[in-house]
Write a protein that binds this ligand. Structure first.
Ligand code: UD1
Ligand code: F6R
Length: 371
């Protein structure tokens, strides 16, 4: 049931205010006798001590689920103080990389059935790590085989391109960061700002969905391009990777997400007046660095599309040649949830305009159960 939409991907993009609300239901606690703003993840409460004491947290996933974990890494490191490392599931298995008893390994998977992620889980179980699942599918292999975990409760996702599961995964991992971080006086203000930000997030996503027509218009401009680059950093390095993944997998246009800090170490050679480049420059601690990236790209006559916070258009755009997409500003660790939405819309419209199958991209399957 596409609920009046033409495609599942379109429906799933537009239902994110609701799916995010469902994901958070019962997990944010505000008020009560102590008036503290806090969180509850029922599936992890008996394991929280072990997670806090672990020597390292290792995120494991593939594709979009890996990108969601990458978006959540900075806030988990900040609030927990535990080192967080990233593993693409197949690469961990290929390398037989070190996993120890003192590790907490977190397996992120929408379907809960991805073969690469399952193999990595079996490997981590053999090595004695505490294994935590973050999945959308109750009763899935990953939900059953992990020691504990969290269901993201985003509702069934049918379009092959993952959209609402991505934003719900990030929200669950932000709540995970709050849970692992625990209450300390020093981080109280930060924690409260994040909890307030989570409450407001569905309405901010509803606002950013109003960019639909603007993104369709941008898609019309990009329809015949061969290639598209996306630069991000900090919290939004993941947004760059995920935005590019969405564009390539459904619209079949070559697209790469890149860490803006690496620009001078190679990618800058690609810049000319023809190649479209999206730069994510919303307002956070990396903002001034992104402003200087934009200036350097502009100096090489780069064809820029800048995603920035509302009100920042004048300070990010060096010239009239640059196109600006303004999004509402939210707490930095939640900004990836808002920022991915226009890129999901762009990927969707590019695909429809280019005449490709949105919900069933060629060569891809929703659940990759083979290696
Ligand atoms: C649970 C109920 C939910 C109910 C809520 C009320 C289920 C599936 N969830 O949600 O319907 O409204 O209590 O208190 O019955 N798990 C794993 N690996 C995973 C994911 C989950 O082991 O990858 C385990 C968890 O550790 C937990 C159980 O599955 O034991 C349910 O997880 P989750 O649905 O996230 O728990 P609650 O949010 O407490
Ligand atoms: C991209 C996409 C894939 C999946 C990947 C992992 O839109 O859908 O990259 O994210 O195959 O799938 P799950 O999350 O089910 O393990």
């Amino acid at each position: 049931n596409k609920g009046g939409y033409e495609h599942y991907m379109q429906k799933e993009i537009h239902e994110q205010p609701e799916s995010l609300t469902t994901t958070m239901r019962g997990r944010l606690i505000q008020g009560g006798s102590c008036k503290a703003k806090t969180v509850l993840l029922g599936g992890l409460k008996d394991h929280m001590k072990t997670i806090r004491r672990s020597r390292r947290i290792v995120f494991v996933g593939c594709g979009t689920s890996y990108n969601a974990a990458l978006a959540s890494r900075p806030i988990l490191e900040e609030l927990s103080g535990v080192p967080v490392t990233m593993e693409i599931a197949s690469d961990l298995v290929d390398r037989q990389g070190p996993i120890y008893r003192e590790d907490t390994a977190v397996f992120v998977s929408q379907s809960g059935e991805t073969a690469d992620t399952l193999l990595a889980l079996e490997y981590a179980l053999e090595n004695g790590a505490l294994c935590v699942g973050i999945t959308n599918t109750v009763g899935s292999a990953i939900a059953r085989k992990t020691h504990c975990g969290v269901h993201i409760n985003a509702g069934a996702e049918i379009g092959v391109a993952s959209t609402k599961a991505y934003t719900s995964q990030i929200v669950v991992m932000a709540i995970l960061a709050l849970a692992v971080g625990g209450d300390t006086i020093s981080n109280q203000a930060r924690r409260e700002a994040i909890v307030d930000g989570l409450y407001d997030l569905p309405s901010k996503v509803r606002e950013v969905l109003k960019l639909d027509n603007e993104m369709k218009d941008l898609a019309k401009q990009l329809i015949a391009e061969q290639s598209l680059l996306v630069f991000g950093r900090g919290y939004n390095y993941a947004t760059a990777l995920e935005g590019a993944l969405k564009v390539k997998e459904v619209s079949l246009m070559h697209s790469e997400g890149m860490l803006a800090g690496e620009m001078k170490h190679g990618p800058l050679a690609l810049v000319d007046e023809n190649l479209p480049i999206i730069v994510i420059a919303t307002h956070d601690a990396c903002f001034s660095k992104q402003q200087s990236v934009i200036q350097q790209l502009h100096a090489r006559r780069g064809r820029l599309i800048v995603l920035c916070s509302e009100g920042d258009a004048a300070s990010v755009c060096p010239g009239e040649s640059c196109r600006v997409i303004e999004v509402p500003q939210v707490e930095d660790c939640l900004q990836p949830v808002v920022n991915i939405v226009p890129l999901q819309l762009l990927a969707y419209h590019l695909t429809v305009l280019r005449g490709h199958n949105v919900d069933q991209p060629r060569n891809l399957a929703k659940s990759v159960t083979t290696q």
